[in-house]
Design a protein around this ligand. Structure first.
Ligand code: ZN
Length: 189
């Protein structure tokens, strides 16, 4: 486990993988694609940071709309994992949608290194947002409840993690849950 990540982040500029950009829109920061992706295609591969489960906040230099800016990654932008928390750049900037354009798959390389693949669920055109369904991997969003404005006909409305979804909705998603959501569900049922 990495105990003090900040010194490793200082002075390093995180740029998005090819085909992906971090942009600022009316809803705040978010990831978009900059080239077409087909449904099922891997948009990018990346590794996560594991940090202690404390009320951390990290300063990270990222490229936003072509300019390098310092942003803070806070507790609500990470996900509990065992006794730690996980986040990654740029994955931490992916916004939620109830009918998302992508999902991630955790994988292990031959070397034993863990990584994930962000995979398109629909055909994407340049400028389209990369979104995920937070509830699939985030049990309670650490109390960070928000009203979703994704506009989907299946919108949850209030997003408070998987825990906050009605049981009949949870039941339709159990084969897709992962991470914190899967562990908490298994522990409680
Ligand atoms: Zn929604």
């Amino acid at each position: 486990m990495i105990l003090d990540l900040q010194p490793q982040l200082d002075g390093k500029v995180f740029r998005c993988p090819e085909g992906v950009a971090l942009t600022r829109g009316p809803m705040g920061l978010g990831l978009i694609v900059t080239r077409p992706f087909r449904a099922g295609e891997v948009i990018y591969r990346n590794e996560s940071f594991t940090v202690p489960d404390t009320d951390h906040s990290y300063r990270v230099l990222v490229e936003i709309d072509g300019s390098v800016e310092e942003v803070r990654v806070t507790r609500t932008q990470s996900v509990k994992y065992g006794d730690g928390r996980e986040f990654d750049i740029p994955g931490t900037f992916i916004n939620h949608a109830c009918n998302p354009t992508s999902m991630f798959f955790d994988l292990v390389a031959d070397s034993g290194d863990e990584f994930y693949e962000q995979v398109a669920l629909v055909d994407l055109a340049p400028g389209d947002p990369i979104t995920i369904d937070y509830t699939l991997h985030d049990w309670d969003c650490d109390g960070h409840v928000f009203t979703c404005l994704c506009g989907s006909s299946e919108c949850y409305g209030l997003v408070a993690g998987f825990k906050g979804l009605p049981r009949h909705v949870q039941d339709t998603m159990l084969h897709r849950i992962k991470g914190e959501t899967a562990r908490m569900w298994a522990a409680l049922h």
